[in-house]
Design a protein around this ligand. Structure first.
Ligand SMILES: C[S@@+](CC[C@H](N)C(=O)[O-])C[C@H]1O[C@@H](n2cnc3c(N)ncnc32)[C@H](O)[C@@H]1O
Length: 209
């Protein structure tokens, strides 16, 4: 993992290929020295990657265990990241140039189900098969959560800013259709997770920069 040292831990989503692509896309979209919010930071990889590139980074998670693991990784890499607990934007203040989110498979996660999903993230083929099998169910259960996230994100975006979101292709299509105030400017494939993509959303009417 290039110049970043990450310790993964059971119960916390491990940093995988999608995490690395998410970090790279955020770095490509952020202006030099810009402000980035990493929602649901997990191990802290995205936040650390961006802080190492001179961006001003805040990272949040709803899970205390994830915050402990991210905090230790941030210390290990000696980067300035403001890390705090927040359920989506509940404790977030201010505006950002980029807001990143790789959402949980199940928005109603408990510390117990996080152990299961952290296990699945290490077994990509099984995870991809499950994502495909439960696509219809996931769409139903995650769509409201993702719509809520996008609505709240709008209030925390600087002019010209964007949201970088990982979701299934079907969810991204449904979000694009259902959210008239947003447009997807870019979609990036994840080779190890063919059912998912990373999308760059900008408020409708703004050109990709
Ligand atoms: C799929 S993992 C992604 C972790 C990391 N960003 C990555 O890409 O590897 C989802 C993360 O979101 C966190 N999370 C779940 N629900 C959340 C919420 N309502 N607010 C903030 N974080 C949340 C989980 O604890 C978990 O760390």
């Amino acid at each position: 993992m290039e110049d970043i040292v990450i310790h993964n831990a059971m119960g916390v989503c491990s940093a995988e290929e999608d995490t690395r692509i998410l970090a790279r896309v955020c770095a490509e979209e952020a202006p030099a020295g810009g402000r980035v919010l990493d929602v649901g930071t997990g191990t802290g990889y995205v936040a650390i990657y961006l802080a190492k590139r001179g961006l001003e980074v805040e990272a949040t998670d709803v899970s205390e265990r994830a915050l402990q693991v991210a905090g230790a990784n941030i210390q290990r890499n000696q980067v300035p990241v403001r890390l705090y607990r927040s359920d989506l934007f509940q404790a977030v203040r201010g505006e950002f140039d980029v807001i990143a989110f790789n959402p949980p498979m199940n928005p109603r996660e408990t510390e117990l189900t996080r152990w299961v999903t952290s296990f699945l993230r290490r077994h990509r083929r099984t995870a991809d098969l499950l994502m495909r099998a439960f696509d219809r169910w996931l769409q139903g259960s995650r769509m409201g959560f993702l719509m809520g996230f996008m609505e709240q994100a709008q209030g925390h975006l600087r002019p010209g800013g964007c949201v970088v979101l990982e979701a299934t292709r079907a969810e991204l299509d449904a979000l694009e259709k259902g959210l008239s105030s947003w447009q997807i400017c870019r979609r990036v494939d994840i080779p190890s997770l063919p059912a998912e993509q990373i999308a760059v959303f900008r408020p409708s009417g703004e050109r990709d920069v």
